[in-house]
Design a protein around this ligand. Structure first.
Ligand SMILES: Nc1ncnc2c1ncn2[C@@H]1O[C@H](COP(=O)(O)OP(=O)(O)OP(=O)(O)O)[C@@H](O)[C@H]1O
Ligand SMILES: O=P(O)(O)OC[C@@]1(O)O[C@H](CO)[C@@H](O)[C@@H]1O
Length: 317
């Protein structure tokens, strides 16, 4: 793969986090657990998307809110990774989220904090940054939860502004922010199965039921829908095709951020003009390369290239 040079991605993270990943040999709720290994990664969904897109060789700008009390660690990281930093600082410190990886099962228990409150003035400053970036960028990716003080309807402020300028938008959020955000018609959404169940209010047990829910979203005007299913891969669809995508079997070290890596690979594929199947392939290879890394680190470009051929894709259904 090579970087075409002119393609651009902007990621927006309203609620960044320092992810404190702790490995515990046999995690037990309600008992004393001793930590074997730990690491802290600058994260939050959009920041994870930016780090993976960079690892894939794509120019990336990242924006959103940082807390001025711990912005330095994020900003140093962006500089190291070559991520163009357009974050807006607000008072306080970004949250620290806790990710407990059980050594025996590989299962992850996540403890996410509400995040740093922001106000209308902060949102106005961010809106201005987004407006300035819009003219020259092709893909905007809005990811993650909303911090306190930000209304659920915030994406209505941003998405139409971008779409008017011909910018493509991906939305990867959850709960009310996703429900409200969809009304602004992003081009692509990427719920995981839990998020899709919340969105539809249905239990979605059979794969045919998931496909029907995807069809409904496409009929409502979303151009591409990706439903991620953890180690079972993903369903990736547009109006003309519904694909079933399987990742290669790997031993996972941390699945946190796998969805973000998939988003990054998919969008990088879109900026390179790849087909839906090849975008799904690149996204899945990037996701698989990230789950074999501890914490929320991106897999290397070499590892993603190696995994591409092992991703299986067929027509769904
Ligand atoms: N154990 C695993 N082995 C191989 N690939 C995996 C595994 N878990 C996840 N993946 C890959 O990562 C993709 C996204 O995973 P998942 O469904 O967990 O995303 P998510 O819930 O949106 O994640 P997050 O919100 O933490 O970023 C899957 O479609 C798959 O390709
Ligand atoms: O609380 P949100 O914003 O929904 O999710 C935040 C988060 O869990 O998402 C990333 C993994 O996808 C982590 O870096 C981060 O801690």
């Amino acid at each position: 793969m090579s970087d075409s040079g002119q393609q651009k991605i902007v990621t927006i993270t309203l609620n960044p986090a320092l992810d404190h990943t702790v490995h515990i040999p046999q995690f037990q709720a309600g008992a004393l657990n001793r930590v074997e290994q730990q690491r802290i990664d600058p994260g939050g969904k959009g920041i994870n998307v930016a780090k993976v897109a960079r690892a894939l060789g794509c120019p990336v700008t990242a924006t959103g809110f940082l807390g001025q009390d711990n912005s330095k660690v994020f900003r140093e990281y962006f500089q190291q990774q070559g991520i163009h930093d357009c974050f807006v600082e607000v008072a306080g410190a970004a949250r620290m989220n806790i990710k407990i990886v059980d050594g025996l099962s590989g299962q992850v228990t996540e403890i996410n904090f509400p995040g740093l409150a922001s106000n209308e003035g902060d949102l106005a400053r961010l809106t201005e940054v987004i407006r300035q970036l819009a003219g020259e960028r092709q893909w905007f990716v809005f990811s993650g939860s909303l911090p306190p003080g930000v209304p659920d309807t915030v994406y209505h402020r941003f998405i139409p502004l971008l779409k008017q300028q011909g910018v493509k938008v991906m939305l990867d959020s959850s709960g009310p922010a996703l429900r409200e955000g969809i009304k602004a018609m992003p081009d692509v959404i990427k719920p995981n199965l839990d998020e899709l169940r919340q969105l539809t209010g249905k239990s979605l047990i059979q794969e045919a039921e998931i496909q029907n829910a995807v069809d409904d979203l496409l009929a409502g005007g979303i151009r591409q829908v990706i439903v991620t299913l953890g180690s079972q891969g993903a369903i990736v669809a547009d109006k003309s095709q519904m694909l079933r995508v399987w990742p290669p079997a790997v031993v996972a070290k941390s699945t946190v951020g796998a969805g973000d890596a998939l988003v990054a690979g998919f969008v990088v594929g879109q900026t390179r003009g790849l087909s839906l199947a090849d975008c799904a392939r690149l996204g899945t290879a990037a996701a698989t390369a990230s789950v074999v890394q501890p914490g929320t680190q991106a897999g290397s470009l070499q590892e993603v290239d190696r995994l591409l051929a092992a991703v299986q894709i067929s027509d769904a259904g």
